[in-house]
Write a protein that binds this ligand. Structure first.
Ligand SMILES: C[S@@+](CC[C@H](N)C(=O)[O-])C[C@H]1O[C@@H](n2cnc3c(N)ncnc32)[C@H](O)[C@@H]1O
Length: 291
C-alpha cells in the first residue's frame, strides 16, 4: 500500500475523534515511529510503499487509535523534556505543561549548590523524578506514588543516568505511600525541592474531556471530588511542612480554576512566599512556595 493512501485512510478513521490537523499529526507520528521514516516522506517520496509486515502492524495500531486509545499507549512511549519515557495505561501520559515545572525546578536546583535533595509526590511514570535525576548533577531524588503499578513503570524506566553522562548519578528511588496520610521517615532527612503534579481535575470537568483521556488514562491520576478540589494541595502543604528544608522550595501543578484558593492555602499553611506561575496559554498552572 502506498504511504499516501495509508495516511488518507488513517486520517479519515480518526476524524470522528480528533480535529483533522490533530488526526493527521497522530498518523504522521505513527508512521514516523513504526516505519522509521521522515515526517514528510509521503511528500518527498510519493511512491513510498509500505511492506506487508509493516502494514499488518500499522493496521492493528490504527484499529486501536480508532477506538480512541492514545498514540502514546499504542507506541508504549512518550517524549518528555528530551527523554523517552515508557508509558502504560497504569500511568498518566506526561503533559507538555509539566515540562515547565521541571524547567523551573532545574533552575532552582542549579542555584542551590551541590547534591540537592528532591522529592516528587504523585510520581506516576516518574517523568519529573527522572528528569531531575538526569538533569541535575548529584541530585538525590525520591518519587512517591500510591499506585504499585505506576511505581513499577517509574522504576522500570530505561533511563539510566550513566547513559546520559552523569556517571556517578544514582537513579531516583521510588516508594509507595499515600500522600493523604502522614509522611514516612526518609533516611536522607529534609528535601531542598518538593515537586508534585497531583490529581486536580474535578469530577464535573469530565464532561469536557475526550474519550482518549476518559476511557484510557487512569482515573486515580486525574480526578478529585467537586466537594474537595484542593484535597491534594492540603496534603502537599502538610508533607512540605514536615519535609521541606528551611530555604527549600516547592512547586506543584494546579487546576487553572483555583489559583487564588491554592495560593491562600499555602499562605495559611505557613509558607511566607507563595506565587502562582502560568503555563503556555497564560493560565494559572503552578504554585511555587518557599519555606
Ligand atoms: C496527575 S498524575 C501525575 C503523574 C506524573 N507526575 C506526571 O506529571 O505525569 C497523578 C499521580 O498521583 C498518584 N496518586 C493519586 N492519589 C495518590 C495518593 N493519595 N498518594 C500518592 N499518589 C497518588 C496517581 O497514581 C498518579 O500517578
Amino acid at each position: 500500500m502506498l504511504l499516501g493512501d495509508f495516511l488518507k485512510e488513517g486520517i479519515s478513521r480518526l476524524e470522528p475523534l480528533y480535529p483533522t490537523p490533530e488526526a493527521r499529526d497522530i498518523i504522521l507520528s505513527l508512521c514516523e515511529s513504526r516505519l522509521g521514516i521522515g515526517r514528510y516522506t509521503y511528500a518527498t517520496d510519493p511512491q513510498y510503499s509500505i511492506g506487508q509486515e509493516s502494514l499488518a502492524v500499522l493496521s492493528e495500531d490504527l484499529d486501536r487509535l480508532a477506538a480512541a486509545e492514545p498514540l502514546q499507549y499504542v507506541l508504549g512511549f512518550s517524549d518528555f523534556h528530551g527523554h523517552r519515557f515508557k508509558v502504560t495505561p497504569d500511568v498518566l501520559i506526561p503533559r507538555p505543561e509539566t515540562e515547565i515545572l521541571c524547567d523551573e525546578a532545574i533552575k532552582i536546583a542549579h542555584n542551590h549548590g551541590p547534591a540537592p535533595k528532591v522529592l516528587d509526590l504523585c510520581t506516576g511514570s516518574g517523568c519529573i523524578a527522572w528528569t531531575m535525576a538526569l538533569e541535575v548533577p548529584g541530585a538525590l531524588v525520591y518519587g512517591i506514588d500510591v499506585s504499585p503499578k505506576a511505581l513499577s513503570v517509574a522504576s522500570g524506566q530505561d533511563l539510566s543516568p550513566a547513559c546520559h553522562g552523569w556517571l556517578d548519578q544514582p537513579s531516583p528511588s521510588f516508594l509507595q505511600a499515600d500522600i493523604l496520610q502522614a509522611p514516612p521517615h526518609f533516611p536522607c532527612g529534609q528535601f531542598d525541592l518538593i515537586l508534585s503534579n497531583p490529581p486536580y481535575v474535578m469530577d464535573s470537568q469530565k464532561k469536557e474531556m475526550r474519550p482518549n483521556v476518559l476511557e484510557y488514562e487512569p482515573s486515580i491520576a486525574l480526578f478529585v471530588p467537586d466537594e474537595d478540589p484542593l484535597v491534594f494541595y492540603r496534603a502537599v502543604a502538610r508533607w512540605s511542612q514536615a519535609l521541606l528544608a528551611p530555604g527549600g522550595t516547592g512547586i506543584a501543578e494546579i487546576n487553572e480554576l483555583f489559583g487564588d484558593e491554592v495560593r491562600d492555602l499555602f499562605l495559611s499553611s505557613g509558607f511566607p512566599q507563595v506565587s502562582i506561575l502560568k503555563d503556555f496559554s497564560k493560565k494559572n498552572r503552578f504554585v511555587k512556595f518557599a519555606k
